[in-house]
Design a protein around this ligand. Structure first.
Ligand code: SF4
Length: 354
C-alpha cells in the first residue's frame, strides 16, 4: 500500500515537473539527456548555503573561465579564490580545487558515476554525491538537502525533531525515489521545496502531491519539520586595519588554514571578547570608525571595528600595497569588502567636512 502511495507521489511530482521545472543554467530540461557532471557539481557546491540568484553570475563566470574540470584543476589557487570572492564559505573554493585536481589525477579527468565513488572525493558530501549521481548519471539514489527534508517530513507527517529525524527522512526519501528518471525526481523535489512547499506558508492549494500529503491532511504542515532548539551563536569583536599610503592600502594574505584561509584581506586583530589594537600591522596614529561592521559567520557573529591610519609606503615583512582605485579587483571576502567600504566612507566624510 505504502509502495503504491510512493509511486503515485513520484508520478504526480514528475508530471508537475514536466510542466513547471525551473530553468537554470546548469540544468537540462525534463527528460532531456542529462547535464555534464561538471555543471552539476559546480552548481551544487556553489548553491550550498547560497541562493540561486546569487550563484548564477558566479556559475556562468566560472564556466566561461574554466569550461572543464581539467581547466579548473590547472588554475592557480589565487585566481580561483578571487573568482569565488563574495560567495562566502571559502573552504568550498579550496575543496573545489582539491576535488578538480583529484578527478584529473586519479580518474583521468572524468567524474566517477556512482554516489559511493563520488563521496570519496574531497569536499563532496552525501548530498552532493547523490545529486551528481542521480542527475548526471541516472543512479537511483535519494538526494536529500534541507528543502527535501522539509518536503519529506511534511509528506509523511514526521514529527520527530531534526536532526534526530534525519535517518527516517532519508529512508522515506529513498522509498520515494523511482528507478526511472531519478535525476528528474530529485530536481522535482528540490523545485517543490523551493517554490511551493516553502518553510513558511506552503502553497498547498497548488501542490501536485497534496492528496497524498499527511501533514496537509492533518493541517500541521506549518509545524513541520520540528527543529531541536539551537544554542545561541557566540559573538566576537575585532579590529580591521586600513593602512593607507599614496593611494594604496595594505592587504595581507590570510593563513591557508582556518576561516577565510588563503584569501586576501585587511590586516586584523584576533577576533575574541577583547580585541587588541596592539595587533596593528604598523605603529601609527590610528583613528577608529565609530560604527562597527557587523558580519555573521556560520559559527559566530562579528563586530569588526575599522581602524584607519596613514603611513609611508615602506617595505613591510608581510602584505602588499594595493591601489585603492582597483580594490574591487582584489577579491576581498565580503566581510573585508564591507570593512573597506566603511573605511572609504569615513575618509570621504572627513574630506567633506574639511
Ligand atoms: Fe508541502 Fe503542502 Fe504539498 Fe504537503 S501539500 S507537500 S505541505 S506544499
Amino acid at each position: 500500500m505504502a509502495v503504491e502511495a510512493d509511486r503515485v507521489i513520484s508520478r504526480d511530482l514528475l508530471a508537475w515537473y514536466d510542466l513547471h521545472a525551473r530553468t537554470l543554467p546548469w540544468r537540462s530540461p525534463p527528460s532531456a539527456p542529462p547535464p555534464d557532471p561538471y555543471a552539476v557539481w559546480l552548481s551544487e557546491v556553489m548553491l550550498q548555503q547560497t541562493t540561486v540568484a546569487a550563484v548564477k553570475p558566479y556559475y556562468e563566470a566560472f564556466l566561461r573561465r574554466w569550461p572543464s574540470v581539467a581547466d579548473l584543476a590547472a588554475a592557480e589557487d589565487a585566481e580561483v579564490m578571487s573568482a569565488w570572492a563574495g560567495l562566502g564559505y571559502y573552504s568550498r573554493a579550496r575543496n573545489l580545487l582539491a576535488c578538480a585536481r583529484a578527478i584529473v589525477r586519479d580518474h583521468q579527468g572524468r567524474f566517477p558515476a556512482t554516489a559511493a565513488e563520488l563521496r570519496r572525493l574531497p569536499g563532496i558530501g552525501d548530498y552532493t554525491a547523490a545529486a551528481i549521481a542521480a542527475i548526471a548519471f541516472g543512479e537511483e539514489v535519494a538526494v536529500v538537502d534541507g528543502n527535501v527534508e522539509r518536503v519529506v517530513a511534511r509528506l509523511f507527517a514526521i514529527d520527530t525533531p531534526l536532526p534526530a529525524a534525519k535517518p527516517l527522512i532519508r529512508a522515506r526519501a529513498a522509498e520515494l525515489t523511482p528507478a526511472d528518471r531519478p535525476g528528474d525526481h530529485a530536481q522535482a523535489m528540490m523545485d517543490l521545496g523551493a517554490t511551493i512547499c516553502t518553510p513558511r506558508r506552503p502553497a498547498c492549494a497548488i501542490c501536485p502531491v497534496r492528496s497524498d500529503c499527511a501533514a496537509f491532511a492533518a493541517g500541521i504542515q506549518e509545524d513541520l519539520p520540528v527543529k531541536a532548539s539551537k544554542g545561541v551563536r557566540p559573538h566576537r569583536r575585532g579590529f580591521a586595519f586600513w593602512v593607507e599610503a599614496e593611494g594604496h592600502v595594505l592587504l595581507v594574505r590570510r593563513p591557508a588554514r582556518g576561516l577565510l584561509g588563503g584569501m586576501r584581506a585587511l590586516p586584523t586583530s584576533a577576533w575574541n571578547d577583547a580585541p587588541e589594537m596592539d595587533d596593528a600591522p604598523v605603529a601609527a596614529d590610528w583613528s577608529i570608525v565609530e560604527k562597527p561592521v557587523r558580519h555573521v559567520f556560520t559559527h559566530f557573529s562579528l563586530d569588526l571595528q575599522v581602524a584607519i591610519a596613514r603611513a609611508t609606503r615602506a617595505n613591510l615583512a608581510e602584505g602588499e600595497w594595493w591601489p585603492i582605485a582597483t580594490l574591487s579587483e582584489a577579491g576581498l571576502p565580503t566581510v573585508f569588502d564591507k570593512a573597506a567600504r566603511r573605511a572609504m566612507e569615513h575618509r570621504m566624510s572627513l574630506t567633506a567636512s574639511c
